[in-house]
Design a protein around this ligand. Sequence first.
Ligand code: OGA
Ligand code: MN
Length: 299
Amino acid sequence: MTAVLSSDAGTRNAPPQHFEVRRFDAPVGAEIVGLDISKPINDADFARIHRAHLDHHVVVFRDQQVTPADHVAFSRRFGPLEIHVLHQFQLKGQPEILIVSNIKENGEPIGLGDAGVYWHSDISYKPKPSLGSLLHAQELPSQGGDTLFADQHLAWEALSPELQKRVLPLKAEHSYLAKYEELRSKNPWRPKLSQAQIDQVAPAIQPVVRTHPETGRKALFVSEHFTTRIVGLPQDESDALLAELFAHSVKPEFVYRHHWAPHDLVFWDNRSLMHLAAGTPDELRRKLYRTTIEGDTPF
Ligand code: OGA
Ligand code: MN
């Protein structure tokens, strides 16, 4: 149980907020309407939010006209926050926020412009990947810019019994650097990493099937972006198995496609889902702020 109940008596006993959790007409996801994350949230309301996150894996808090400090404070109630390795794109004065944006100012990118161009789970390349991430819309394009979420519990459950048996004991390597140079060649603004940054992102070995530490449900845990090989298999067999798992894991029947509305704050569970940025036309501006909650060692 990672979520922390507030110890502050004023917050614990704050009056209830009247909000609704509405499941999407999709395999995964729900919206929360009527909550203001910048106002005190009492323990009973927080428990409802936490439950909705575990049940739906991605929750969309609608209409959050809140500051970066509110976003950070709310995120912290779920656990300590990560500072992203690309410190170039931290929000000034708020290092827990990573700017995700395709905008350039004076020829310089203001944020990570190609976040999520391959399916992934945030920070799976570290020994302790992220619990979840909260992405807050600041500026949205008039077209495009959707984010897709694929339920990896459903993906696991839909594997044939033979394939489940084969992959259950396997481990795989995840590497931040797997696609870095390729992305850098397409997006020359991607910084050349310093040795200190490279040292921070040494590859990690993860189970191919992980167990959600709070719900006990199994989930597939390999991704096109970061998973490089299955440990102990010859390269050709590893490539073939990963290609099969990648294709399976993002079938439309596991996917919710989020079309962003102004001031949406989207909170997903990296232990249950993979996500993908569908892409934004270059000439349209898109800017979001992300916080990333630390997680546990997968098992
Ligand atoms: C991220 C990410 C996808 C998007 O911020 O972690 O993958 O649609 N973003 O911006
Ligand atoms: Mn991401």
